[in-house]
Write a protein that binds this ligand. Structure first.
Ligand SMILES: [Zn+2]
Length: 368
């Protein structure tokens, strides 16, 4: 009895002291506030890079019925302020830009073929939203053959958007923004693209980019697809009999070779993030703006917009996740349920429990 009594007294004492402390001292600084303060006071200036996943703003093939209303002008309105507000904005161009023509391979019934040909006028939606650089290494870049590739590159060049991802011809892009030289290269497992499965080749390309630039962004389109493949398996992934690469080994190899920011996409769903050698890796940014011909059910209908703040050498300082969702009738909208943040917290905890990243409930990401 007396032991229990003294224990009760002790509990009361702790509660009392605790309460009186709270009322007399200023509020304790939260873990997040401390992280913000130390990150933002750290050796300015910082550089801001936005990354998003797959983009296909509508296709005029097999019919113009697959195009969005109002010439696509409304698709990105809800998120453009986030994308514009960065030094560099990146996305994966999942298709071709071509008004008509081109050759569709292996397609007996056009209504069943997923070949993407966006009107050339749609490029203005990307420039108006602040896109600086896109990947053309993916499984749709060759949808309309050589004519599709050629016109896509011309339209991007005319719009002042940098691009890379085709083996031999377009392996490297270097451009200037905010007083820095930015290097970019992009990889995929698909014919004609820079091969995500050839690590020795990828390292060589990244070393070439790094030699010409201050901060290096590497994009990859890889890994298996769908809600059943949201984890990073840390081994080679096969999907419908196709080798889709070992994206974990790839991401580490390119960082070792000089990459500062690695943006992954291709699985059509969100995957974990990792901090490796102080460089940020996002394993899949999911479907960002994929109008009409895409499955947007469940995990495929939500995605993060990832804003990364790095120092002048490309080291990760902090990040911000804006969660978005899509439906058949509209482009990305900000998700009040914040599902992509929760998914990134969960997946990062499960797949990379020891990585030095902390994702807060409001979407800010800090090193810990
Ligand atoms: Zn794809």
């Amino acid at each position: 009895m007396s032991k229990l009594f003294s224990l009760t007294l002790l509990v009361f004492a702790i509660l009392f002291v605790g309460n009186s402390c709270q009322s007399q001292t200023p509020p304790v600084t939260s873990e997040r506030e401390t992280a913000v303060e130390s990150a933002t006071t750290q050796q300015p200036p910082l550089y801001t890079v936005v990354g998003v996943g797959d983009m296909m703003l509508g296709t005029n093939y097999p019919s113009k019925n697959h195009l969005p209303p109002n010439g696509g002008a409304d698709l990105l309105t809800d998120v453009s302020h986030i994308l514009q507000n960065a030094d560099v904005t990146f996305g994966n161009l999942e298709g071709t830009i071509l008004d008509e023509g081109g050759t569709v391979k292996r397609c007996k019934n056009p209504s069943l073929c997923y070949a993407f040909r966006s009107p050339e006028s749609y490029i203005q939606h990307l420039t108006n939203t602040g896109f600086d650089v896109v990947s053309i290494a993916n499984n749709h870049t060759g949808d309309f053959g050589a004519a599709g590739r050629r016109r896509t590159k011309e339209v991007l060049r005319d719009a002042g958007i940098a691009f890379a991802g085709l083996a031999g011809s377009d392996e490297i892009a270097v451009f200037e923004r905010a007083g820095k030289r930015w290097g970019f290269c992009a990889f995929a497992p698909n014919s004609g693209t820079c091969d995500v499965r050839n690590l020795a080749y990828a390292k060589r390309i990244v070393q070439q980019v790094a030699a010409q630039s201050d901060i290096v962004i590497v994009s990859f389109h890889g890994g298996a697809e769908g809600a059943k493949n949201q984890h990073v398996p840390k081994k080679r992934e096969t999907y419908y009999g196709e080798n889709r690469g070992d994206v974990h080994a790839f991401a580490h190899a390119v960082v070792d070779a000089g990459a500062d920011i690695v943006f992954g996409h291709g699985p059509h769903v969100t995957r974990a993030m990792e901090l490796y050698n102080d460089r940020i890796i996002a394993y899949s940014l999911g479907n960002f703006c994929t109008y009409g011909r895409f499955n947007l059910r469940g995990a495929a209908g939500i995605a993060p917009i990832l804003k990364v703040h790095v120092d002048g050498s490309g080291q990760f300082v902090y990040g911000e996740i804006t969660p978005i969702y899509q439906a058949k009738t509209h482009g990305p909208k900000i998700d009040s349920q914040q599902r992509a943040i929760k998914k990134l917290q969960e997946l990062t905890q499960q797949d990379f429990p020891n990585t030095r990243l902390k994702i807060y409930d409001d979407g800010t990401v800090f090193r810990n």
